[in-house]
Design a protein around this ligand. Sequence first.
Ligand code: TXA
Ligand code: MG
Length: 329
Amino acid sequence: MLDLASILQAAEIIKKGGLVAFPTETVYGLGADAFNPLAVARIFEVKQRPYFDPLIVHVSDPADMKKLVIKIPLNAKKLIKRFWPGPLTVVLLKKEEVPDIVNAGLSTVAIRMPKHPMALSLIEHANCPIAAPSANLFGYLSPTTAEHVQDQLGDQIDFILDGGPCEVGVESTIISLSEREPRLLRPGGVPLEEIESVIGRVQVPVGEEGRPSAPGMLPRHYAPRTPILLDWEDKNFDSNKGEKIGLLAFGESKRSLNFHYVEILSKKGDFREAAANLFAAIRRLDSLHLDLILAETVPEVGLGRAIMDRLRRASTHPKASHPLETVSQ
Ligand code: TXA
Ligand code: MG
């Protein structure tokens, strides 16, 4: 049920230049009036986010795009028709009126229409597009519950709308449509295959680390305090040495090691369920003061691409040898 009184209160705060954390179907966002540069500046301060990392602007109706962009190319129209409201962000050439702080001085702006009814109602009542990054400290895991936001940023923001756990659990897919060829900037809640079924081939540019790259997507991101290791299956770990090792498992399977704690993302091995649980599961493991978290990989198809992207960025560099690794035979 929508708590209209809270939404109206939150909308008033946005109108007055305050910051509101709100649920979307992907992760919780930390929002401000996109046309109020001072309010947007506070988002960067609170998150300790570098100013070179542009924000996504959230709208409650595709018609609101006319405030933000000069022109909507055909491919963008097709994607919007098919996937909005939903976890897809489109990057388009921006109107001059969009404050530079929102998009880090780029000539483009990233826009999405979220699916969560509370987010839509907040944007409508605030009567302005809302610029919002994920509501976490820069570089840390994205929040998928109101408690996650409260724990990390609670004392620094003006209001938190609680809409329960996020349904999708990983951030939106970002597609740039500002040049001739559509480009994938971040895999996310809408699988690349589905996007290609609507607009044809999408380029997947790879950065230095071999990953798609939006400006703010650093190789190490979504990082918990405990080291996470991927690609460990061929290495030996001796869990009897007293080290506390946790496992982030995709599905249920037979395991030879004695783990201190095991988080199973989806017993059925279902991508949707796994994505929805991902960040909360890593947070739980991170709170146990383990020495190391070993993460299982998932196949890189559909939502698996977004899950693996987040896991790679959350993990310790795969080539780095870890102090807990024992010498293989
Ligand atoms: O699901 C989501 O997208 C969530 C919810 C809250 O909507 N938001 C989110 O925001 O993940 P954030 O700030 O954590 O990530 C936004 C990403 C950054 O990697 C940023 O670099 C990229 O979007 N981005 C924003 N504007 C851009 C632009 N004009 N061109 C290229 N990348 C852009
Ligand atoms: Mg983020």
